[in-house]
Write a protein that binds this ligand. Structure first.
Ligand SMILES: [Zn+2]
Ligand SMILES: [Zn+2]
Length: 190
């Protein structure tokens, strides 16, 4: 396992200077809303912004809905998200622009294989997870076996209209109530 710091990766194919400029222009043109998505008439040009809690680490994705949206119950995802399961999507690199500083937690496949529990990072051939060094949110990642795409943690979009998962895995680690949360007998906070 290894940690490193990354400053604003660039995957637009234009070079980072141009990408930063495009990002700034895009930011100015976005409406100020409580959620982080903007849907023009052309669904292939949907702009979505994922960001950490403090806002300095941002991932802007422009394009159609992603093909791969996955829900994972593995213990690694539980520990990483601090929640009982994780949901993430992968976008083609050319649709992604990243701004801000991240700390990288890199877990190679041979290290993932040695963990005490089966996990999706092992399936993905190892991975690099980028989290905000200020507030701790993990916002984006790369699976070593899928270098053409950038993964984004869906919670960082704070967009309830984001499409639901199409894949699910590691159900043997599932908390029995997790997929039935809406039917729990709970008192509702206001
Ligand atoms: Zn942050
Ligand atoms: Zn997982």
């Amino acid at each position: 396992m290894a940690l490193a710091t990354a400053i604003g990766a660039c995957f637009t194919g234009f070079g980072c200077g141009v990408a930063a400029l495009l990002f700034a222009q895009r930011q100015r043109s976005l409406p100020s809303t409580s959620t982080s998505s903007s849907r023009p008439s052309d669904p292939n040009q949907t702009v979505r912004i994922a960001q950490c809690n403090c806002g300095q680490l941002q991932v802007t994705v422009t394009g159609p809905d992603p093909e791969r949206i996955s829900l994972c119950h593995c213990n690694l995802c539980q520990k990483q998200s601090g929640n009982v399961f994780a949901v993430q999507a992968r976008f083609p690199k050319e649709q992604v622009a990243i701004k801000g500083i991240s700390t990288v937690w890199k877990l190679a496949k041979d290290e993932a294989d040695q963990l005490a529990y089966r996990n999706c990072v092992s399936l993905g051939g190892g991975g690099s997870f980028h989290f905000c060094p200020n507030c701790g949110s993990t916002v984006w990642y790369m699976a070593d076996a899928d270098s053409a795409r950038i993964g984004v943690k869906i919670g960082c979009f704070t967009d309830p209209t984001f499409p639901p998962p199409k894949l699910s895995g590691f159900e043997e680690y599932m908390h029995p109530w997790a997929m039935e949360a809406a039917s729990l007998a709970v008192q509702h906070m206001k």
